[in-house]
Design a protein around this ligand. Structure first.
Ligand SMILES: C[S@@+](CC[C@H](N)C(=O)[O-])C[C@H]1O[C@@H](n2cnc3c(N)ncnc32)[C@H](O)[C@@H]1O
Length: 302
C-alpha cells in the first residue's frame, strides 16, 4: 500500500485534494505559493518524505503537520519545498552598485564609530552573504576592528548548515572576480576540489534560521537588506507585506536589493525610490511613517 502510494506520487500523480492540502500547508508555514504546474514536483518530494518517515498516507502525514505532532519532520517538509538555487556574484550589477555606491559611505560610518548592519535574507547556501563580505573586505581589510556585521538568514536549516561550513567546489568560485577568488578562499586540506572561505570573511557573518513569513526578532534597523529571488516564490499579498516590513526594518537612508524578477507593488511604492536595477532607497515618506530608525540590535544574534 505504502509502496503503491509512493509510486503514484513519484509518477507525479497526486489528487486535487492532496495537492491543495500540501500547498495550503506550505503557504501557511513559509509563504511559498505552489502553483498547479508544480504538481509533479510536489508529488515527488512528498513521496520522498513519506518514504523517509514511513508514514503510509498523505492524510496522516498532513494531519501530523497540522496538529503539531510532526516534530523534526516539520523542518524536513519545509526544506523539501524550498528552491535553493544560487551562485557567487549572481546579478553582478548588485555587487557593483554596493561596491561603488552603498558600501563606501557605510564603511566611513563604521570607521567613525558607527554601527553597520547588512541582512542577506534568504541566503541559501551562503554565496550571497560571503560575496557581500568579500566586498566589505575589499574596501575595508581591517573590518574586524569595526562594528560591521552581516546577518545571513534562511528558513531552510539544511542549506544554512551547508552555508556555515564555508566550503565550496573550486569550480563554483569561478563566477567571482579572479582577485576575490584568490584573496578570500584557501584550499581545504585533503580535498583538492574544495575551497574554504577565509576566516576574515566568515567572521563578518552570522548565519541564523529565520522565516520571513514569521516574526522577526530585531530591535534595531538595517543599513542594507538584500533579499533576491525569494519573494518571487510568494503570492502577491505575502510579497507586499514583505516589502512593507523591509521598509520598516531599514534605516532612514537604508538600501533594499531585490531580484530581477521581483518588483515593489503599488501599496509600497512611496516607501522606496529606485536608485539602480533592483536597488531602492527608503524615502522621506517612509521615514515619517516608520519613525527615526536607530541602529540594529538583532536580539542576541548579531
Ligand atoms: C532561490 S534561493 C535565493 C538565494 C539568494 N538570495 C540568491 O538570490 O541567489 C531562495 C531562498 O529563499 C529561502 N526561503 C524561501 N522561503 C523562505 C521564508 N519564508 N523565509 C526565509 N527564507 C525562505 C529558500 O530556503 C532559499 O534558500
Amino acid at each position: 500500500m505504502t509502496q503503491n502510494l509512493g509510486h503514484m506520487l513519484e509518477d507525479g500523480t497526486i489528487s486535487d485534494g492532496d495537492f491543495a492540502r500540501i500547498a495550503g500547508l506550505v503557504r501557511a508555514m513559509t509563504g511559498i505559493d505552489l502553483q498547479p504546474h508544480k504538481r509533479a514536483m510536489v508529488a515527488a518530494r512528498l513521496a520522498k518524505r513519506l518514504r523517509a518517515t514511513g508514514i503510509s498516507s498523505v492524510s496522516e502525514y498532513c494531519s501530523r503537520l497540522e496538529n503539531g505532532t510532526a516534530g523534526a519532520e516539520k523542518d524536513h517538509f519545509v526544506n523539501a519545498y524550498t528552491t535553493n538555487m544560487t551562485r557567487f556574484n549572481r546579478e553582478e550589477h548588485h555587487f557593483e552598485h554596493l561596491a561603488e555606491h552603498t558600501l563606501p559611505a557605510l564603511i566611513d560610518k563604521a570607521r567613525r564609530g558607527g554601527r553597520v548592519r547588512i541582512w542577506s535574507a534568504g541566503c541559501s547556501s551562503g554565496e550571497e552573504p560571503y560575496g557581500l563580505a568579500f566586498h566589505v573586505l575589499d574596501l575595508c581589510p581591517d573590518a574586524h576592528k569595526y562594528d560591521i556585521k552581516i546577518l545571513a538568514t534562511d528558513i531552510d536549516l539544511e542549506i544554512l548548515d551547508r552555508a556555515a561550513t564555508g566550503h565550496y567546489p573550486r569550480m563554483s568560485t569561478e563566477t567571482l572576480d579572479a582577485k576575490q577568488a584568490s584573496a578570500y578562499f584557501e584550499p581545504v586540506q585533503g580535498k583538492t576540489d574544495q575551497m574554504s572561505v577565509v576566516g576574515a570573511a566568515r567572521n563578518l557573518i552570522a548565519f541564523r534560521q529565520l522565516n520571513l513569513h514569521g516574526d522577526w526578532p530585531f530591535s534595531g534597523k538595517f543599513d542594507v537588506i538584500i533579499c533576491r529571488n525569494v519573494a518571487i516564490y510568494f503570492d502577491v499579498p505575502t510579497q507586499s507585506k514583505l516589502w512593507r516590513r523591509f521598509g520598516e526594518a531599514l534605516t532612514d537612508d537604508g538600501s533594499l536589493f531585490i531580484g530581477h524578477s521581483e518588483g515593489i507593488d503599488a501599496d509600497n511604492a512611496d516607501r522606496f525610490e529606485t536608485v539602480g536595477r533592483g536597488v531602492f532607497k527608503t524615502t522621506r515618506a517612509h521615514q515619517k511613517s516608520a519613525g527615526n530608525g536607530k541602529s540594529l540590535e538583532m536580539g542576541k544574534a548579531v
